[in-house]
Design a binder for this molecule. Sequence first.
Ligand code: FES
Length: 352
Amino acid sequence: MSVRRLYDEQPESFAFTPENQAWAREQIAKYPDRRQASAVISLLWRAQEQAGGWLPEPAIRHVADMLSMAYIRVYEVATFYTMFNLAPVGRYHVQLCGTTPCWLRGADDLKAVCRKVIGEQNRPTEDGTFSWVEVECLGACVNAPMVQINKDYYEDLDAESFERLLADLKAGKSPAPGPQIDRINSAPEGGPQTLVEPDLYNGNYARLWAKSKGKAGDEGEAKDAPAPKAEPATKTAQATKTAPAKAAETASGGDDAAKQRKPRGLKAPRKAGADDLKLISGVGPKIEGLLNDLGIYHYDQIAKWGEEEVAWVDDYLRFKGRIAREGWIGQAETLAKGGETEFSRRKAKKGS
Ligand code: FES
């Protein structure tokens, strides 16, 4: 990290606005007597926001006075943390992580983009749009390389996506923060890579065993196969409010198979068109197609499923317990009422 010094040109003075002053007093009051110094970071942060993204030296003194701290102690805090900018920054201030995981995954390429698009570190562009600085690990190493721009993280970048991101910001767009590749948070790119064998996580070891011996086909149990373990189905059922234990048991076949019921489908979507079933977590394009084949096109159809329908569809999709595990019924109820789920919100944000 480069040496962090106060900026050459400083304003004459700094004082919190009346609103910020009141807010600062509230923060200080949260701490016990003689422990008010604990509010130093939050006050410095508010001062930085008020000053337009950087921390002038008079602001550091102002905070020190409010907290009855020696100036040098507040300087130490302000100069230690890279979250405090000691010189003016651009409207979009890029903090580029250059620590080992990000460096191994291409942080140097991102640095080259910064130099090309923005210029040298710690110097805002002439129009004041951008500035950048290299910082140490920002704690998103699993999605390396990454940058923080103002308060948002942009992850899984490469030179091309980063340059596009900067161009979008410059054009006034609001690119979605988070991973810039096809994955959710730090989940594997392109979807799950483990536990993708339904029989394995459904506990249908008998069928797996039979397959491995080249005996039975897709259905049924081999005569001399070991008995399937019931535990995963039980766990699945306990983990859900929408599909009780019976549904999970039913989907496992056997005596309870009669308790399955095929859901009623429509011949075609309603006039307004089919709902995007992919807004339900766990429904991808393939499963949406299979549901459409059943005449299921709308959230409210799924919302009405009872245990028997859930069990039937579980079996049909050959993903026993998935509907319960992902909470399809609850999600469908929310979406049918025009609401949003955590998943649909994330998806919409990613697609915007
Ligand atoms: S190394 Fe870059 S976020 Fe941790």
